[in-house]
Write a protein of this length. Structure first.
Length: 62
């Protein structure tokens, strides 16, 4: 059959390829999650900074 491996060496090399692909996908997932967390923290810091500026302007204007 054309889609099946012909010997055990092909099976083990395909399993190794899948293992490396799995590691690459895990690394990509971790990078995406960490980028999302950094973005969320940055947005929260900006929001807190804007709230502080708004309160300060209220105090300054009376």
């Amino acid at each position: 059959m054309p889609g099946l491996p012909s010997n055990e060496n092909e099976v083990s090399s395909k399993e190794k390829d899948f293992g490396s692909q799995k590691k690459a996908m895990l690394a990509y997932c971790l990078i995406q999650i960490s980028a999302t967390v950094v973005s969320a923290i940055s947005l929260a810091a900006i929001a807190l900074g804007l709230c502080a500026v708004k309160q300060e302007s209220k105090a300054f204007n009376g």
